[in-house]
Structure formats: C-alpha cells, structure tokens
Design a protein around this ligand. Sequence first.
Ligand SMILES: *[C@@H]1O[C@H](CO)[C@@H](O)[C@H](O)[C@H]1NC(C)=O
Length: 312
Amino acid sequence: MGCCYVVISIFLCFSLALCYLTFVVSIDVGGNLHKNGKITTLSRSLPLPFTQKNKFPDDMSNTISHYAMWHTELGKAYGLRAEMSIWGSQNEEYSQESGAAIQMYCQDDGGKYSLIEAGFHVSPSLYHNRDVRFFTYSTKDTKSPGCYNLQCTGFVPASGAALLPGQAIAPQSSYGETDRYIRLSLNKDPNSKDWVLYRHDLDAPSFLGHFPGQLCPGTLQIQALTGFVNYLRNTQGPPMGSGHFPDDEDEKKSAYFKHVKIYDSKGHAWDPITTHMVPLVDKEDCYNETDFTVKINRGYIFYYGGPSGCIG
Ligand SMILES: *[C@@H]1O[C@H](CO)[C@@H](O)[C@H](O)[C@H]1NC(C)=O
C-alpha cells in the first residue's frame, strides 16, 4: 500500500498547480523606494504606442525600459487571463527590475493613458532583496511615475486574499528542470465596473482584490501581456524571463504566457480566436518573443525573454 501513496502524491504534484507554488511567509507589503533616506531614480517608462507622442519628464529619462509584449488594438476591452511562468534573477542588481505582467492601458477622452497591472517581479530597490514578488502597479497617466503595491491609493486587496501585493513567492522555475507558474486574471466586473484580479490555480477562483473603476476609466483600452525590464541608463540590463532567448519554446527553458483567454462584457473568458494581437518588442537583439500561437495542451501561448548584459 505504501508504494501507492507515494505514487499518488507524486502524480498530484505533477498535475496540480497548487503543488507548484507555496508562499513565503515573510511579507514586506508596500516596499518603499525612499526607505533609509535613499532615493532611487529607477522608475519605469512605458512602451510605444502608449507614450509615443510624449516626452518623459526628467526624472523618468534616467531609466531604460524594454518590453517583450503582445497586446490588443485600442478598443473596448474587458480583461485577460493567462498562466504566467515564474522566474527569479539571482544576480539582479539594486537598480534593476525584471518581471512579467498583465496590463490594462485605458485611454481617456483627451487621449491620455492610465495603466493598471498585476504580475511578478524582482526589484531589489523596492524590497531590498531578490525575492520574486507578486506586485500591482497603477498610474493615472503613463507620462508620470505611478506606484507599486500599497504605496498609494490604487489596488485594493481583498481581505484574506491568497496573495497580497508585495508578497514573496517560491519556488520559482529552474532552467531545464522545473516549470512553475500561476494563473491570474484581470477583468472588468460587469456589475461594479471595477477591474477585479483573481488567481485561478487554487481549488476555486480566489479573489485577490480590485482596481477601482476610475483608475482605468473610459471605454477604450489596450490590454497586454508583457515581460519587462527596467534599469539605469549607462548600465547593463538584467535578464528577462528565464534569462534565455525564447527560441527553444520549452516551458522549462523559456518564460511564457499560456492558456491566454480574453474576457467579454459579461465576464466570460474565451480563447482569443478572433482577437487581433499585436507584437511589441522594442529591443529584439536583447529581449525577444515568439509568435502568439495556439498549441496542444497549452492553448494560446507565447514565449519571451533574454539574457542579462543588454546595452542601451
Ligand atoms: C526575434 O524573434 C523573431 C520571431 O521569433 C525572429 O524572427 C527574430 O529573428 C528574432 N530576433 C533576433 C535578434 O534574434
């Protein structure tokens, strides 16, 4: 009998995402860039086309940001769901950030974009270590710096949420060995009109919290799935994703977004069969992505990433 219990538990570990991720107890919610009187100039600039016509203010021009993204065209949008792989970065430097996120850019009547997003990142300047952290971010104007986690009024965590902004998660994927992921959704609640965030890889969908509707107003949005890096000008870039280019299309070697679904106005999620997805890679010799395709057992998927050492 003993043999069978062993077999069953191993089988469960391979078949349940639940087994893949446990959460580190230490929570450093709302990490602060200005802690200890140190001011970090690292902030993020956002990609074309969201800032194309805008010049960044001086305090943002110190930062280089790169993206490997697939996004929808500007139009009515109600949200995305995806399984995102979790990768750490052991050698991330203080003023570097690497991560992946589901993003919602909302255009107001004046053509200005606000942004809400949720995902995972490594950000030593924010947390003073290299843990992989769940994060949220919002800015009312993509021309201005926004805020992470609970730094300002933005994301509202659900009470007793299974994952809090700034919470560290482990274990992460390991190159050539293991693939760890989490399934998140960010969609517009048809009743409250708030943007609700759920985690879907537990027994039942788990409500993590919401971005109040007015943080991402208007009727026109661009929704995006992206890997990103930020680092100081005149320094070299950190790794994105697994730290490898996505050429292998192997979940144990390349970061990915898979089982990508798109929400309709009633809050139902569908395969994005008829959705036109647009690639956005702003430095493909450093950070690249694959086509957005459909694969057996993976649904709609793309892989992305690149090594450290990017210049420019
Ligand atoms: C980036 O990826 C695209 C699509 O897979 C590929 O055609 C292109 O050659 C890649 N670029 C570099 C610099 O490797």
